[in-house]
Design a binder for this molecule. Structure first.
Ligand code: AMP
Length: 470
């Protein structure tokens, strides 16, 4: 199967050839023909499978005909993070090199004014994070009734970050007759509910997760001390043995540990950078750019900050912490060994990680390979979760760390940075109304965390759908 067999336009084929792609990836091969027909698509696939091109290429082909009107985008792509939004925008630039389509990017941490100007000029493609999109909409800067194609990217990450009520709100503002292309790496019940409510007879395409595909990644585990200082020393010792290391991402579960590790790596002479959810957009982009260029070779990062990032040629992934969720392990190690290259992942394991480790072993479906002596059961403490581990910092922050999971903290930080961004804008009447809306959205979010009884307050999808004329 070649790209030409998929029915893409000549302009798109030219750009794909210029990008150096020889043949479509499985998700592209399966999703593109349905997307070109105007069908809804449910793509269950991870980053690294080529899923971005699987929606960008057919979108470009379909948007070739027609023109955007002021404030009325013709297509909308929703992503959970600013970084992912920026990456999708880059893909449009690469694959749309032969087109004259206009694009606007609505993400937090960047001035409203510039973004509004772009909307005023008319955008064929609008790429946005949900909160910023709703803020623009509430300010009357945007009409969503002209959207022909909606893409929801990394829906499960949206769920993790508390964006589902926003997504539902946005979907209700769009025309019924739009096409929806929906991507998620996993399908928890809340995501399935969203699919049932907002997609119309979708073509379901499921691509094997990297856990079964990443055969090029060497995965090693190492038993280390739970004491942070000793653990950092043991990390450095491992790094010292890696003669083939060109660059690495070092994942921590908590953003505070990202900072501590970053400073420690720098102190010990490493060319290090940090990436976590509390950093402003400017610093994140600057760090990422430096990492891409090789100016930084060791990037300490948290999961939320690193999710969805397209950083080619990472030689090593170092898990300073065993991730709380097994899927995050798969996602983290997927940063290396991409596109058939060789990669290596090392995970530091402490006596408190038994449960998380077992989940990883089950998910990847193979026995773990250890550096040094494999631990025995007696080496692990009988504790339910590594989140309970005592860590550096004041006793007050220690008790907080015990009561909240690392991921909840990262989520809170994503929310608080969104709130901070809003607070810096002028307090106009429109802004006040945007804040009220945000409060309402938070209330809805809280409500959505309650267990649903029966059908809850959800109207079944078949009652919501309009009848399509042929
Ligand atoms: P994604 O899953 O969209 O994050 O894509 C992962 C990486 O694969 C990106 O660096 C793309 O540039 C690359 N890629 C996407 N499609 C292809 C293809 N058909 N052949 C080779 N590389 C590709």
């Amino acid at each position: 199967m070649t790209f030409a067999d998929l029915g893409l336009s000549t302009k798109v084929l030219k750009a794909v050839a210029a990008a150096g792609y020889e043949k479509p990836t499985p998700i592209q091969e399966q999703a593109i023909p349905f997307a070109l027909q105007g069908r809804d698509v449910l793509g269950i696939a991870q980053t690294g499978t080529g899923k971005t091109a699987s929606f960008v290429l057919p979108m470009l082909t379909r948007l070739e005909k027609g023109r955007a009107r002021a404030r009325m985008p013709r297509s909308l792509i929703l992503t959970p993070t600013r970084e992912l939004a920026a990456q999708v925008a880059d893909s449009f630039k690469t694959y749309g090199a032969e087109h004259k389509l206009t694009m606007a990017l609505l993400i937090g941490g960047v001035s409203f004014e510039e973004q509004s100007k772009k909307l005023d000029k008319g955008a064929d493609i609008l790429i946005a994070t949900p909160g910023r999109l709703l803020d623009h909409f509430k300010r009357g800067k945007l009409l969503l009734t002209g959207v022909e194609i909606l893409v929801i990217d990394e829906a499960d990450r949206m769920l993790d970050m508390g964006f589902i009520p926003d997504i539902e709100e946005i979907c209700k503002l769009l025309p019924f007759t739009r096409q929806t292309l929906f991507f998620s790496a996993t399908m928890p019940p809340e995501i399935q509910r969203l699919v049932d409510n907002f997609l119309h007879l979708p073509a379901r395409i499921e691509i094997a997760p990297p856990s079964t595909t990443a055969k090029t990644i060497t995965q090693k585990f190492k038993m280390v001390s739970a004491d942070p200082k000793t653990k950092r020393k043991q990390l450095r010792e491992i790094i010292g043995t890696l003669t083939d290391l060109t660059n690495a991402i070092v994942f921590c579960n908590r953003k505070r540990d990202v900072e501590i590790l970053f400073r420690s790596l720098k102190k010990h002479g490493f060319n290090a950078g940090a990436l976590h959810g509390d950093m402003d957009q400017f610093s994140r982009t600057k760090t990422l750019e430096a990492f891409r260029k090789g100016e930084i070779t060791m990037l300490a990062a948290s999961d939320v900050a690193a999710r969805g990032l397209d950083i080619p040629e990472v030689s090593h992934v170092l898990n300073y912490d065993v991730p709380v969720h097994a899927e995050d392990y798969v996602h983290r190690i997927g940063r290396t060994g991409r596109a058939g290259r060789k990669g290596a992942a090392f995970t530091l394991v402490t006596p408190e990680d038994a449960k998380a480790l077992k989940a990883i072993e089950e998910l990847i479906g193979k026995e773990l390979s250890w550096l040094g002596e494999p631990p025995s059961e007696a080496d692990f403490e009988q504790r339910p979760s590594q989140n309970r581990r005592r860590s550096e910092g004041s006793s007050k922050s220690n008790s907080r760390a015990k009561s909240r999971s690392a991921q909840t903290k990262e989520k809170a930080s994503a929310k608080s940075s969104r709130t901070k961004n809003r607070n810096t804008t002028k307090k106009t009447a429109a802004n006040k109304s945007a804040k009220t809306d945000e409060r309402n959205r938070r209330k809805t979010r809280k409500r959505s965390e309650q267990p649903v009884v029966g059908m809850g307050d959800h109207v079944p999808a078949f009652l919501m759908r309009s009848v399509r004329s042929l």
